[in-house]
Design a protein around this ligand. Structure first.
Ligand SMILES: [Zn+2]
Length: 462
């Protein structure tokens, strides 16, 4: 489904109440296989250098024009789209990620949570659950969860101490050094925004409120950065191209309507420019033009999974599900590691209305759920497949899973109960229905709560 865009007005409102200038442009979280892949390519080596297991660190993309990056509830890193857009080089973005990884390595966010009081743990977990539900294509539930987690706002207004900032800088430099990368980006990013030091607190980008910038800090950073950079490899062309493609995609999908035309004039024949124009045409519902432009992209890079994904998305969204299958299938062949691409293909196969396609759709959804067990949209689609196959007990169970991962425990309980009545308790599915019933049972929930909080997370580790 390409760049899955979710606008969260209630979240923005909830956060607005807390910190008006800071969150005015906050709109929610987005998922996109390509952008996630690129960010992983930048971040994973740094996580490894920090002794972290990359698969244990979640990266969330926040649709927000302001500059910000933060870590929350342990190993969860949030990057604003504004940060990606304002990074002039991959080295700048990697520098910020290295610094944030430094906060994880230094245990700073944990210290903060402790300082925020005992209650904060629960609301951060709630936020995480909301984030996961949102990712899975269920903005309503996520909206409710986010609305109940005002600490999301707090996470961006707390301030690291100067000691913590300096420690995170030094850790970040170490991780860059270990991966043979230049520290120039971290320094140039700070220098580019050092004017914010002179601005009043409320006018600064959130990043420079939580991570106070100062001349002393930049000076300390620069000294060691020179040594790190002297030993580094030059930035790869590949990384540079990927940043440009990521920006083009973001401008195309979430930028203001006229931004593509101004940033990528017709004379610009680069691949990112063509990409941005294809997406802009799709957004403007000019299907013919967007298909022409996307076909041109595919002719330039026939093996780019995300060009096929875009074409599949355009066709599917314009009511041509069967026609979208070959491109979605190609995207899965080219990038089999992405659950989101498998779900796209499954959705198109379901959309053909041909029952002969259901078995393949089921296999794809099972594969996707193997990669992302908490993907509630995949559960939703699986329920559709089972219902059409007449497997009503399995369909009820899949609906219970969907509701569970969206955080709607009342609905999860209803459907898990129905599923258990139809399935044999001795089978894995029957057992699973019983488990969801226990986890979502209203008698086990705190009064006045429709969600599971910690119990909700326990199941997600499966
Ligand atoms: Zn910091």
């Amino acid at each position: 489904m390409g760049l899955l865009k979710n606008v969260l007005p209630a979240l923005a409102t909830a956060m607005l109440a807390l910190t008006a200038p800071l969150t005015a442009s906050a709109q929610g979280l987005i998922r996109d296989a390509e952008i996630e892949q690129i960010l992983r390519g930048y971040a994973d080596p740094l996580f490894e250098a920090a002794g972290l297991k990359p698969s244990d660190v979640n990266i969330y993309i926040v649709q927000d024009d302001t500059l910000n990056a933060f870590v929350a509830a342990g190993q969860n890193m949030f990057l604003h789209t504004g940060l990606i857009m304002e990074s002039r080089t991959p080295e700048e973005l990697k520098g910020v990620i290295a610094h944030e990884t430094g906060h994880i390595a230094g245990g700073h966010s944990v210290t903060r949570e402790a300082a925020m009081g005992a209650a904060s743990g629960t609301s951060l977990i709630t936020m995480g659950l909301g984030a996961l539900a949102l990712f899975a294509g269920a903005p309503d539930a996520a909206l409710a969860l986010f609305g109940s987690a005002p600490q999301f706002g707090l996470m961006t207004i707390f301030k690291f101490t100067r000691v913590e900032e300096s420690a995170a800088d030094q850790y970040g430099l170490t991780f860059l050094e270990k991966t043979g990368q230049s520290a120039d980006g971290l320094v140039s990013f700070m220098e580019n925004f050092r004017y914010q030091e002179l601005m009043s607190e409320s006018r600064r980008d959130p990043y420079f409120r939580s991570h106070p910038i100062s001349s002393d800090r930049i000076a300390a950073l620069s000294r060691r950065a020179k040594e790190v950079t002297a030993k580094s490899h030059p930035q790869s062309e590949h990384d540079i191209e990927q940043l440009a493609m990521m920006k083009a995609k973001l401008v195309g999908f979430i930028g203001p309507a006229n931004r593509v035309a101004s940033r990528y004039p017709a004379t610009d024949q680069s691949l990112p420019a063509k990409y941005a124009r294809a997406i802009a045409a799709y957004r403007a519902v000019d299907i013919k033009l967007s298909l022409t432009l996307t076909d041109e992209l595919i002719s330039i890079q026939p093996d780019n999974p995300y060009f096929h994904e875009l074409k599949g998305q355009i066709l599917f969204e314009s009511g041509r599900a069967a026609e979208s299958v070959p491109d979605h299938r190609r995207s899965v062949e080219l990038a089999p590691q992405h659950a989101l691409l498998k779900v796209n293909l499954a959705r198109s196969l379901i959309g053909t209305k041909d029952d002969a396609d259901l078995e393949e759709a089921e296999g794809l959804l099972q594969d996707a759920l193997h990669l992302e067990h908490d993907n509630s949209f995949a559960w939703n689609q699986l329920a559709v497949v089972y219902a059409r196959q007449g497997r009503i007990g399995d369909a009820d169970l899949a609906t219970a899973e969907e509701a569970y991962y969206r955080g709607d425990l009342s609905r999860a309980f209803v459907f898990a109960t129905r599923a258990r009545d139809k399935l044999t308790l001795e089978t894995p599915n029957g057992q699973r229905a019983d488990d969801i019933m226990a986890l979502s049972d209203p008698r086990n929930r705190p009064r006045g709560s429709s969600r599971g909080g910690f119990s909700g997370m326990a199941l997600q580790t499966q």
